[in-house]
Design a protein around this ligand. Sequence first.
Ligand code: SF4
Length: 573
Amino acid sequence: MKILRINTRTKSFKFEELGELAGLGGRALTSRVVNKEVPANCHPLSAENKLIFAAGVLAPTNAANSGRISVGAKSPLTGGIKESNSGGQFAHTLPKLDLLAVILEDKPEAGSPMQEIFISADKVVFKDSTVTGMRNYAAQEKLLAAYGDKAVTALVGPAGEQCLCASTIQFSDPEGLPSRSAGRGGLGAVMGSKGVKAIILDGDANAKTVYGNEELFKEARKEWVDVLRNHPVTSQGLPGFGTAVLVNVINEAGALPTKNFRMGKFDGAEKISGETLAANIEKRGGKVKHGCHTGCVIQCSQVYHGADGKYLTTGFEYETIWGFGANLLIDNLDDIAAMDRTCDEVGVDTIEMANTMAMAMEGGTLAWGDSKGVLAELNKVGTSDPLGRIYGNGTSYTAKAFGVDRIPVVKNQALPAYDPRAVKGVGVTYATTPMGADHTAGYGVCQNVLKVGGDVDGHKKEGNIEISKNLQIATAAVDSLGLCLFVAFAILDDARGVPCMAKLISGLTGKEMSVDEMIGIGVNCLKDELDFNKRAGFTDEDDQLPRFFREELLAPHNVGWGYSTEELQAAKV
Ligand code: SF4
């Protein structure tokens, strides 16, 4: 397979051999390229930054849940290295074009028209975009009409075109909807800065995968499905209720951040729970189980219809429901679904925007619980309204605009849906991952709440630095293989899981991959990321939660934080 480098200023391109990148994939590849090729002190929206789309090591195969895409760059939101991970069809389509990665470089002259870039097996075609300024669903419909229903896309919405720091890159799902987001870190702004509205992959591409040891791969693939289908979380909880199954679970644990992280319990949790979501789908139509890419056997996603029975959104995640729900004191699930759709349309990250709306509420311009008000404000993003520009730059930026000092960010990225005082395993990850506050970088919720892969008390400090460090390493490896993070539930509890992942790689390449070597991919990936951030100016002081978490106890369990910045360094490789 090859790497495709595209110069967005000269509109030239070249197909390269993998060279020193051979053996890497997904996040390990994006982070290596960023660390080696992007000046750490560059402006993230400058020509010096690069935007890398990389399929995982296992993407050329039909191994279950191996179709996640990694997008990497220097983040305009955090100022550090970023890997943003998404579902959709992009990762499985790249190898069909004999590509492992696409790298966008340089940037066009100011005022140049936004481009559509069509990639087929042997050519790259630039075209002035016909969907500039359009929201994502309408833009996608027009792109599919032009390039064919099987075309697979990555596109930015109006927020990305405006280079706003909370912008996403949206990827098309198996139904061709632009519903899957590389949400975190504002990488849509990097794509917008390079003048690219959409990348379209030829849906007819069909390069065959060459296996080094196909028999071994087939054997491992079968075992892999068995591992995923035999764990209660991956076979029942997630497919039954989606990630929203966590609303009641995390609320019961007293860890559901409520009213901008003031409490750990929300009175309206039941109304926005996974159970309510599933009941609505049952009544109105839609799908309780849905895969964000072909080959997913867990199917945590769903298709959600509004009260009128018409399609409203998909990929309606726990984090979104928490952010626009409990954290803003909103208990209307349909309004939250409309907010999710609005974010997908405009192309902004739901976690960042939910925290941004909390800043508007802290600042007194929106009332707590005002769901219609939130929808109206979200609809300003990506328009010519200056307030929309402020919101679209995220939580910290909006807090400044409204004079707010209770700002839940680490490395300038907003915190997700688990209060770090009550789920310390994930709190340590928020504080120390090179990504900025990110639950997916080391999901300590497993051991702290779900009791998967062990039982470590999330209220106490003991053991949580260790679990965060181990999870950060394992996650970096999982992201590099292109596997969905949710496979972690199964592999943490099933002794066959990790060796089976190594066996899948051995079967694909024909070279034996040991478990230690596979873990080494994760360690080296984190080393690349930490090295970049250090050179970008981050210090140990940046590995800490905001002061209010350190000073306030969280009800109902009255738990504090308690980690010093020095202690937290032990969570880094
Ligand atoms: S489990 Fe969910 S996030 Fe993972 S691949 Fe399947 S649908 Fe996507």
